[in-house]
Ligand binder design. Sequence first.
Ligand code: ZN
Length: 437
Amino acid sequence: MEDEIKLYLNKLFPINRSITGRGNEKTLQILNEICPIEINSIPSGTKCFDWSVPPEWNVKEAWVKNSKGEKVIDFNNSNLHLVSYSCPVNKTIDFNELSSHLHYLKDKPNSIPYRTSYYKKNWGFCLTYEDYLNLNKNEKYQVFIDSKFNENGKMVYGESFKKGKSTKEILITSYICHPSLANDNLSGVILSCFLFREILKLKNPKYSYRLLLVPETIGPISWLSKNSSKNIVGGYVISCVAGPDSLGYKKTFLGNHEIDKATKYALKGKKYIKYKFEPIGSDERQFSSPSFRIPTGTITKSKYYEYEEYHTSLDNLNFISSSFLKESLDIYLKSIYYLECNKIYKRKFGECEFMLSKIPNLYPEIGGTISQPLFISNHNNFKYTKKTNGEILDCISWLMFGCDGVNDLFSIQKKSKLDIDSLIHAANILKEKKLLI
Ligand code: ZN
């Protein structure tokens, strides 16, 4: 799978993406090879709450030439060189005027910063500070930006859906608007598709699942304004998952939602950074707003704001790795596994304890490996380690006490402090014996 991840990282990295434009459509078409994605769109100019979908922006070429006719900045070399949503320009100007449209980072002199100007008509180029210092201050420069704003254009986004037993939905969302930046957020987009590919394989899952690949901010705002989100009970905003730093988890705004609990179990035994919720970051800002209050968490590996290379040309394919992405994917898969396992069981009869010795073949099965791995693919981290009969008997006692049709498995784990995997295993045994329904 790592090879496959690598293939898509390489294929998608060079594409120029923004909040609109052909690059986004091309990106979604390629992602459709990983898992089926319906490509939808909203026309430019559509009102969405107090926002409106911007005109579609596309760019053919953009460069700055010195007086000798040499290109000193060229969008062809890196799509980060052009400020996203730059208006068309074709003029010769002096250094001072050019300089007011240049962006660079003095403290990171070898990196090109990532800049956008979505809602203010402007133009600009980004370059390394080293390249900036090499510009001759006494020269005139020709600036050429062949970009187009189409008021009759569209904003595209991708959607996929897996129907489960319940109409309640878990949202898996990520943002597709960043150009050639690897960790933020090509990694998140690719992980979301691989995750959803596994979700689509689930047989009769407890929850329904929705995948939403949108440009950040305006994407969820427009989706929420045009679609019903009443069935979405929680989800994940997937961002920055393939960097070299520790795993991390940013909690939902509730902090103790089922999503938070499932993620905690999935991260069990791993070293990870805990981030509390704050309404700063990514699309949790929209989903968590008062009219929706959808709790979303984010599992990260080198979280946005936390790494030096963030929003610069150094956030490239050398900064991330497909094995780091796979590591994060496994945590997301495990979280979904726990969400699916967290059932509310009811005992067949609730009077006192079951007479366990009367249950045929109970004891030989206790120590066995009965738990069915939820995901069929080669995620060997789902293998269940054998537990002793004693441990499983403890679990059975707690299940006999707790399974009243009200308590879910997570709450029984919290009370009992028993291992979640053992509880799931014991619940499966009792279910097979038709003692739990
Ligand atoms: Zn970003």
